[in-house]
Ligand binder design. Sequence first.
Ligand code: ADP
Length: 169
Amino acid sequence: TAFVACENKSVPLVGIPGTNQERSFIAIKPDGTQRRLVGEIIARFEKKGFKLVGIKILVPTPEHAAKHYEDLNKKPFFNGLVKFFSSGAVVAMVFEGKDVVRTGRVLIGATDPSQSAPGTIRFDLCIETGRNIIHGSDSNESAAHEIALWFKEDEIANWVSTNPVYEKM
Ligand code: ADP
């Protein structure tokens, strides 16, 4: 058959947990962007085999940042977190692939970089909990919520892997 670069897959905006079409929301925080780590971070997800289906760069408003972190609004660090997250450019992404929510968290490492394992993004590239360069959804439920908060349906590219190495259907 002819090479097909894009096909109409019917994947909902938020993906389908438990399948090859599971999706996670991944964001490079302003410190990661400021430190020119965008390429390095994307490379780790791509080399693993996850499929980038959504990407944009923006400076979030404090309101948007507060909504993104609303579960943490009782924490003492909440105001500082919102201020920092809205202080610069965030690279907002949706990655797709089998088990991407859980495995994405493994690639990222523990919240406190000093507690994270060598080889993870946070161990290898940062030191401080409050400047830990990357966000990743921590459950399928939060992935669905976050993808819908950051992306519209027409901002997602439903492209198909032509190399079967990446997806056993
Ligand atoms: P994660 O980002 O690993 O899912 P949390 O959801 O617990 O972690 O926290 C969200 C973000 O809030 C963290 O990534 C970190 O930037 C910040 N944060 C968490 N705990 C602290 C803390 N004790 N002091 C300062 N910032 C914190």
